[in-house]
Ligand binder design. Sequence first.
Ligand SMILES: [Zn+2]
Ligand SMILES: [Zn+2]
Length: 76
Amino acid sequence: MSQQSRPRTNAGKSRRRQNRSKICHCCGADVMFCWQCRCGFSMCQSCMYENQWGMTCNGITWECPDCGAQNGYGNQ
Ligand SMILES: [Zn+2]
Ligand SMILES: [Zn+2]
């Protein structure tokens, strides 16, 4: 069988999407997911977990330590 060389269609095209990971404002970690406030504050899940006792009183919303806004869990 004749071996065809594969056309390199993606050669010049950069497949790199702007995959910006998030920086936790609490521990400074570079994480995939952060809880974010509208003011720009973000906190990673482990920090949220650690500080949950001080961030939320009902488990439904968490209070941003920066601006004091209430943010809902799961509702980004
Ligand atoms: Zn963190
Ligand atoms: Zn905030």
